[in-house]
Design a protein around this ligand. Structure first.
Ligand code: ADP
Ligand code: MG
Length: 503
């Protein structure tokens, strides 16, 4: 139970500016809001205006230690609670999320620049869905009986791992956090989350809401930067499992640190997801699919963004033109405005990175980059990190734009003639997160689906992460799965064998 008094509003609020201020300067440790031990804070900026909206607690090893110690203390009793009761509490948190969808949607829009209608509200609803799903799975933490000998009873039981350290990114922070926290808690672990420095607020509010339901110390959150706050979490001797979503580069650092302690890690890393469009596809449906697959409404800031689109030559030009027309019709603007389809890039660093890819594409001989939609005209947004979506054609397969994860509203469209050749090109990537195929010939579609190197292949659709479906990549895209029952069992419990000799 949350230890009040604390400065945040008790009831849901639709004023994200006031809420951001109220959430300033604190971690949530042991059921209480506490400032950083060092007293330091860092700036949280509204990327649509460049204005500071809050200051977050700047955590370091001392804060992490306090959070992990509290989580470790709480874990014994939490693990003793019947699993279905733990699930029921998580489901109760889901109900609380439902009543705060509008609040959380507005807050995440403010701190990330993701449009409220197309992205932020959707994310808030998905959090509730994920908590509901895992909340119902307490009874599934089953073991087995193992045939060994007639007079020996041999059984396995699922046990929690202990304290889980969860490190999350800024692009879909609420959803990605829920994918980690919900199964970890239902399985009997306690959790310390390290939020992303670019987006620490909405996840902190979720932690607060859940702390109104959960026992103190079960779910803790620290904010801060990677090396200063994330690294000590991974290294802490009482953290027995790390689950991480972020870049490949940081994933490798986290994985090495976890290996030093011989603890398991789950890694959800980058992607360069191919979308393969055959001439016999349902044209309009596929076109709409390309827009959602590329996550233009999230400024392309998605690991599964269809940033390589291969289109069969007979419909190639028509497809590119129609796609550009569709993106042109999308409205870029204030993330909190209901009319807005496309918001901003998260930070200046990402903005510069995406711009450099676009500049490189534009400067490439033989390439054609089409800037779509239009920059917002509102003078209040003139410092906003808006980037026009780009559709590139004519790029070579070795171009950095075709090979590297841009994490921005930039897609490369390439023609193809032969299914085997396009399969080889799609698989010629360091990544293997997701892929989609668009065809009415299921024989061709299924054949390729089996041979694509990806954790998730969708034919004639491209949905984002869904509860109940295992999600996770191969190759440099990661290790392990999330979002499913299997993921909870595999990644948040271990199997103990117990034998009883009755002879
Ligand atoms: P990005 O490039 O978008 O910042 P990162 O992979 O660096 O992606 O960040 C994802 C998360 O990992 C963030 O919460 C960040 O603070 C954290 N992080 C960054 N560096 C480290 C590190 N050395 N150890 C642990 N966590 C880190
Ligand atoms: Mg980083």
């Amino acid at each position: 139970m949350l230890d009040r008094p604390h400065p945040t509003p008790e009831a849901p609020t639709t004023d994200p500016f006031a809420l951001a201020k109220a959430l300033s300067g604190v971690h949530l440790i042991g059921g209480r809001y506490v400032p950083a031990r060092s007293g330091k804070t860092f700036s949280v900026v509204n990327p649509a205006t460049g204005q500071e909206v809050a200051r977050a607690a700047d955590g370091d090893a001392a804060d992490v230690d306090a959070a992990v110690e509290d989580a470790a203390r709480a874990q014994k009793e939490w693990a003793r609670m019947p699993a279905r009761k733990r699930g029921a509490l998580v489901a109760q948190c889901a109900a609380l999320m439902r009543t705060h969808v509008e609040e959380l949607g507005r807050l995440i829009a403010l701190e990330t620049g993701k449009a409220l209608r197309t992205e932020s509200r959707v994310e808030a609803n998905t959090v509730a869905d994920i908590l509901e799903f895992f909340g119902g799975l307490g009874g599934e933490l089953k073991g087995e009986t193992v045939p060994f000998a007639p007079d020996v009873l041999s059984v396995t039981v699922r046990e929690p791992l202990g304290v889980v350290g969860a490190i999350i990114p800024w692009n879909v922070p609420m959803l990605l956090m829920a994918l980690k926290v919900a199964p970890a808690l239902v399985a009997g672990n306690t959790v310390v989350v390290k939020s992303a420095e670019e987006a620490p607020l909405a996840v902190l509010r979720i932690c607060e809401l859940m702390n109104r339901v959960l026992p103190a110390g079960v779910f803790n959150m620290v904010s801060g930067f990677g090396p200063e706050c994330g690294a000590p979490l991974v290294a802490h001797s009482k953290v027995r499992k790390v689950t991480f979503t972020g870049s490949v580069e940081t994933g490798k650092i986290v994985s090495k640190a976890a290996a030093e302690k011989l603890i398991p890690v789950t890694l959800e890393l980058g992607g360069k997801s191919p979308m393969i469009v055959f001439a016999d596809c349902d044209f309009e449906k596929t076109l709409a699919g390309a827009i959602t697959s590329m996550r233009f409404t999230r400024q392309g800031q998605s690991c599964t963004a269809a940033s390589r689109i291969y289109v069969e030559r007979p419909i190639f030009q028509r497809f590119v033109d129609a796609m550009a027309e569709k993106v042109d019709a999308m409205v870029m603007g204030d993330p909190l405005d209901e009319k807005t389809d496309i918001g901003t890039i998260i930070s200046e660093g990402q903005f510069e990175k995406v711009k450099s890819f676009i500049d490189e594409g534009v400067a490439t001989k033989g390439a054609n980059g089409r800037a779509c939609s239009a920059m917002p005209s509102d003078p209040a947004l003139k410092k906003g990190l808006f980037i026009q979506p780009y559709i590139f054609t004519g790029l070579d397969k070795d171009s950095r734009l075709v090979r590297e994860e841009i994490f921005g509203p930039v897609t490369c469209v390439m023609p193809f003639d032969d299914p085997e050749a396009v399969l080889a090109e799609a698989n010629d990537s360091e990544y293997g997160l997701a892929a989609s195929l668009w065809t009415n010939n299921l024989k061709v579609g299924l054949n390729l689906a089996h041979r694509l190197e990806a954790g998730l292949v969708q034919i004639n659709q491209n949905l984002v992460v869904q509860a109940n479906l295992s999600y996770g990549g191969v190759k440099s895209s990661g290790l392990g799965k999330e979002a499913s029952l299997e993921a909870m069992l595999e990644h948040f419990t271990h199997k103990k064998t117990i034998m009883v000799n009755m002879g």
